[in-house]
Write a protein that binds this ligand. Structure first.
Ligand SMILES: [Zn+2]
Ligand SMILES: [Zn+2]
Length: 172
């Protein structure tokens, strides 16, 4: 999936495409290349009409892509992180990928001071991967999350006596 791979790219400390050496800190939207700070200052300005190029920080790119997506993370790591943000209350959440089962996503949510982990079910429909929430099918995790933010769909028996919606992602 394109969205997931871009998260992985932003997460890893990969090297500048101009010098092949320093850590990437910027991306030029026009050139479509990732740059270190040195090349941003010294090399990129020498490129043709580069003064009009938009250069964005890699941190901003990473924050804006699926802010709730934490990539691969264990249940214990998710518990620890959610507990730390317990003050955010019911519905604060994150999405993680199973460490043991690649491609399996789990929604980890705070409900009544507890952490709840819900497996995100998928299903193939006419060759397309869909994310399934109780029979509601979504093309992307983003649409799946949006649906759960805009309605009280999550009911976890034994944890809360009423259904809740997702609120805010745990900040990165
Ligand atoms: Zn460089
Ligand atoms: Zn450029």
């Amino acid at each position: 999936m394109a969205a997931q791979s871009s998260v992985n790219v932003a997460q890893s400390a990969f090297v500048c495409q101009l010098c092949d050496h320093n850590k990437v800190e910027w991306k030029c939207e026009e050139c479509g290349i990732f740059l270190c700070s040195t090349c941003k200052e010294k090399i990129h300005p020498r490129l043709k009409s580069s003064e009009k190029h938009r250069i964005v920080s890699i941190q901003d790119i990473w924050k804006n892509i699926e802010p709730w997506n934490y990539g691969k993370m264990t249940r214990v790591e998710a518990d620890t992180l959610l507990k730390k943000y317990n003050h955010m209350g019911d519905g604060a959440f994150l999405v993680r990928e199973s460490r043991t089962l690649t491609g399996n996503y789990i929604l980890s949510i705070l409900i009544k001071d507890e952490t709840v982990h819900l497996r995100i079910h998928t299903k193939e429909e006419s060759g397309q991967l869909k994310y399934d929430f109780n029979g509601n099918l979504f093309d992307s995790l983003d649409n799946y999350i949006e649906f759960l933010k805009h309605g009280t769909h999550i009911f976890v028996f034994g944890v809360s006596d009423k259904a809740i919606s997702l609120t805010k992602p745990i900040p990165k």
